[in-house]
Design a protein around this ligand. Sequence first.
Ligand code: ADP
Length: 491
Amino acid sequence: MIRVLSVASEIFPLVKTGGLGDVTGALPLALQRIEGAPPATGHQVQVTTMVPGYPAVMSAAAGAPVVHTFADLFGAPANVLRTNVGGLDLLVLNAPHLYDRAGNPYLGADGKEWTDNGFRFAALGAAAAAVATDTANGLTFDVVHAHDWQAAMAVVYLHFHPGPRPGTVMTVHNLAFQGRYRASLFPRLGLPNAAFSLDGIEYHGDVNFLKGGLSYADRVTTVSPTYAREITGVEDGMGLDGLLRHRAAVLSGILNGIDDKVWNPATDPLIPSRYARGRLAKRAANKVALQQRMGLEENPDAVLVGVISRLTTQKGLDMLVDQLDDLVAEGMQLALLGSGEPDLEHAFVAAAEWHLGSIGCVLGYDEALAHQIQAGSDALLVPSRFEPCGLTQLYALHYGAIPVVCRVGGLADSVIDANEAALTAGVATGIQFWPPTPEALETALSRLMALWRDKPAWEQVQRNGMAADVSWRGPASRYVALYRSLLAERS
Ligand code: ADP
C-alpha cells in the first residue's frame, strides 16, 4: 500500500473557497475506492491530509490526540492533531497564532491578504515536511503530495531534508497564484542559502513558493492535459513557463473528477426535485424553483443560462456583461451566483435591476444555490480566459445543464462541441467557443439558441452530457500510476 500525505490549504466539507477544496476533499476518497488487484487485498493508496487548523477545522477536530509537537513554529508553539472527518483522515496543524482567524482562509475582513500569509503557509509546508520525516511519531509516508502554492513549501523543505525523505508531487490547481513575497522573508524560513537561487525559490529577487515546489518536486502535475501544455507557453505560463518547459519530462495533466456523493441529481438533498437521465421530466420543477428564487419570469420557453463563479478577469465574465442586452433580447434568462471584483459585482447587480425578470443575480457564496443553479438551468456558461480544469462545467454535464465554454484548459478537455460532425456522430455534450472575446461569446450564445429551437438535438446533447464519465475513477487510477512510477524510480 502507498501511504500519501496530501498537503492542502482547503478541504471540502470543512474549508472551501473554490475547486481546490472540492478536489482535496474528493480525491482521497476516490483513491481509497481503488482496491488492490487480487491476490492483494485492501486499498492501493491510503491518503492522510494535512490542513491548517482554521476555526472550522479545529471544531471538527475537538478532542483529537496530538501526534506531533513544535516548540516554535514561526513565532509560537504548535502541534498536529490526528482525526477523521467524513472518511477523510486528517492531520490538523494546530497553530492558533497563524490560523485562529474568522472568515476566509487567505483574506482579512478588509478583503486584503493577511500580511503574514508567507509565514502561515511556510509553516504548513514546514510542518508537513517535519511530520513526514519524523521517524518517532508512528506516521510513515511514501509520498508527500502538495496542492498549490500554499502547500508548495513542503516540497522545498523536503528537498533540503538531510535524511531519507518521501517522494514528492506538486499539483498546480492554478498557476496564477504563486505565493510571492519579498526576499526579506527568506532568512526566516530556516532554509540553506542554496534554496534562494535561480533553480530554487528565488524569482526576480523575491521568494516564490510555487516556483520552489515546481523546481524541486519529483513529479509535477496539473489538473488537465491541455492546461499542462498551455502552461509551458509564454501566454499561459505566468512567468514560470521556462521552468515548466525545463521540467517537461516530469510534468503531466490529470483531469479532475466530481464527487458523485455530493454532486448527483438523483440524490442531491439541496435541490427541490431529484431526477436522473431517464427521468428528465422531473428536472422542470427545478427550473421553475430557480426562476422564483432568482426573481425571473416563470417561463419554461426562455433558455435559462446559469453562472456560478468567482467574478475575476480569469473567468471572463466581463465579456458576458457586454452581451447581456443581446442575451435578454434573444429571450434568454440569466441566473448568476458569484462574488469577486467590485466592478463586475456592480455591473451584474445593475443589469439585474435594468432587466428585471430576465436577469437574476446573487452576490456571495452559497453552496445550496450552486446546486440549485446546476439543477434548474438549461445551460451553464463558463467563458474563462484560462481554466486549469474547471469543475462547474463537469457538474453541469452531470446535471443536464448544457455547458457553454471557452475552449481552454480543462474546458477544452471535458466538453465536446456540438458542431455538425459531433451532432451527426451523436457525441456532442456542449458548446465551445474561441477566442475569449465578446464576439465569439455572442456567436456561442446564438448557437445555443439555435440548438434550443431543435428540441431533439438539444435533448441528445443534454443526455450525452449526463452519460459522460466525469467520475473520479479514471483520474484516481492515473494518480495511482503516477505514485507507483515515482516510487519505482526512487527505489
Ligand atoms: P475555481 O476553483 O477557479 O474557482 P472551479 O470551477 O474549479 O473554479 O471550482 C469552483 C467551485 O466553487 C465549484 O464547486 C463551484 O460550485 C464553487 N463556487 C464558485 N463560486 C461559488 C459561489 N459564489 N457560491 C457557491 N459556490 C461557488
